[in-house]
Every structure is written in C-alpha cells, then in structure tokens.
Design a protein around this ligand. Sequence first.
Ligand SMILES: O=C(O)CCC(=O)C(=O)O
Length: 262
Amino acid sequence: MHTPPVSKKQAAELDSDGFTILPQFLTPAEVDAFRQRIAQLFDEEGYSAGSDFKLEPGAKRLANLVNKGSIFQRAFADSSVLALVRQVLGRDIKLSSLNARSAIAGGGSPQPLHADMGAVPDEKGYWVCNVVWMLDDFTEVNGALRAVPGSHRSGRLPQQALADPFAAHPGEVLITGESGDVVVMNAHLWHAGTENRAAADRLALHSFFCRHDKPQQQYQKKLLAPAVQSQLSPELRDLLALDDPLNDVLSSQDVVRSGFMK
Ligand SMILES: O=C(O)CCC(=O)C(=O)O
C-alpha cells in the first residue's frame, strides 16, 4: 500500500484550520479500483442505494461499505490518515461509518453548513473526525466542500449560530482538489457539500471516525456479515470496535445520526 508521509505543516493546519489536504494520496490505480467497485454497487443496489443509512436529495449514496468489499479497507486503515485522526480524537478511536457520496450533476440541493452527527466538543474535547477521499476532481462548480476554517473551535453548531446555514459564510473557503486527494477534517468544523452545477456527477468516499466513548453512526458489529467479520485482522476488528462491550452499549440502539439529514 502506497502511503505518502504527512508533513508537520499539514498536521498543524488540521489543528488550526480544522482540515488539511493530502494531495495525491491515492494512486490513479487505487482511484480507478474504488470507482469500479462503487459503480458496480450503485448498479446492484439501484433505487435502494443508500437506504441502509439515509437518502439525501441531490446526492446518490452508498452506506455500510466495510461490508461491501475488502477494497474499502484502504479507506479506513491507512496509518498516516489514522495518525491524523488520532491527533484530533486522541488514541482510542473507531470507525463510525464508511459511505460513498456522489453529488448529482444538476441535482440542486446543496447541504447546509453542519457539523457531522450534530456534534459539539464535550469536556474531553473533539469526538468526530471525517476523511473525504476524492474520487473525482473537486472543482469550483461540481459540488466541492465549503468550510469555515477555525469554526471547529467555536463550540457551537451552525444552526445555533447562523441565521441561515445554507447562505454563504463570510469566512468560508471552497475545498477543491484532484481525484486522489484526501481531506482529513475535524468534523466539528462547519462544512457542507455545495451544489453540483457541472455536467457530471462528483464522487467521494467518506471514512468517518469517532472517539471510543461515543456511538458509531452505523453499528458495525450488527451491519457486517459474519463471513466479513471472520476475515478481519485483530487491528481491523479493533478499529471497527467489534469486540468492545462499551461500543455494544453505545451503538446498539438503532438511532441513525447525521449532521443535517432528517
Ligand atoms: O461529499 C462531500 O462533498 C462532503 C459532504 C458532507 O460534508 C457530508 O455529507 O457530511
């Protein structure tokens, strides 16, 4: 597995701005392999794609990807990415969910500024961190992420602090990049997928992590088939919290949480 090193500057940006971009972190071959498997899954799942989590207007989604191919381990078990996630959340982390999201060309429905899970930091600090794996270029017109640098330190949610979370924010930046780039983001950062005004859909994978003492967005132990679970290494089982009684208590109530989708 090709894992480019992360610089001190990138690590510092994650602290100060709330996100950092890892350029060309995936090889073109890795991007192609992800795209092929995701296209196959969209075909297989048809209209029900994404309904195992939530449907979102303006986007096609796939959920529960750990269960849908070992290829997706690349997107949640990378040592450099995990080091950055631990920089945000502390040592004890787990995967909260692994999903794909394709902003539909001309699909309208931009997202409001939000923090994932509607999460605000608690007395122990940050507890959500998201990693966005660009499988298409993110351009100014095709639904790139917008984010308000530093807002992860506000201790508030956009829906509490802003009159209109859909409106442009004076401090926001557009996070553009190339297919193969990866964005590691403190998910308390106020962020949103923008409208895709281009001619083609725009695809990304989201590996979403949380602190060990919080519920998973998608309870992996329940969602992963026994045959998938039995193939996982001890390290991956640990990341998925498959043998963690605390996680069973926290995550087993079927409450599906997003930052903004009802
Ligand atoms: O795919 C993207 O551009 C990110 C979307 C996002 O922020 C989300 O679904 O929470």
